[in-house]
Design a protein. Sequence first.
Length: 290
Amino acid sequence: MILRSLLFVPADSEKKLTKALTSPADALILDLEDSIAPQNKLKARALAGEYLKGKHTQSIWVRINPVVGTDNLLELEEVAAAAPAGIVVPKACGPDTLRTLDRYLTNVEIAYGLPQGGIKLIPVATETPGAVLNLTDYRDPPPRLVALTWGAEDLSAALGAVTNRGADGEFAFTYRMVRSMALIAAKAAGVAAVETLYADFRDAKGLERTARAAQRDGFCGMLAIHPDQVEIINTAFTPSPVDLAYAKRVVAAFAVGAGVASLDGKMLDRPHLLQAQEVLARGDAIAARK
């Protein structure tokens, strides 16, 4: 599953839902949560259900409203019955939240004749202080987990912070730390790490800088809140022809089966080989999606 770009689409807007059909995003996230006014929640749920019945070139996900106890379980059932690629889980407290959802989704899949385990989960894993402290628990990944993303807006509100940014406009130390912890948690779980959104959708240069930094750090993709962000994100997370050519040379250098190799006057060992193989595999997967 390629998840370079995941575009949020307010599910109460027929216009935006229709426009998203032509987006080059790898995934669309039909939003039932933060972008939807309370009086439009039922409309958004109904439109999302209809949308999921159509044909799409992207994988279709749904961000539900937080499930606390039995709150919003009806919403989850209606969404799951329409067989989305997966659910984006806001305010996830940790892996136990996803294990609870797994049990409920299993019952829904049985009831509606859907493939068992087919509906995947991506938690927004850092929106409360407790969730941040539970990131290490993803070492024992819950069922259905395919990626993990993070967010700073709700967390800063929960911490009582005036802002989550420093004087330079970049994330303050606390949020950079949380970002790193989320990246490490995803890797420990063996799933993809997805960078959080870039709020200023008019700042193309800032988005490109942020997306490329995320790619260098090990993230596989990024959330998008505006259609114009998608192409920039896709480019940042797609291996360039130069990257692919070099990766092929690295793999070829190890073709004789040696544990170390030399290329352009530099010594290479197994981590370099694994990185090169990952670049080539990613390039092949992206090419196949096209």
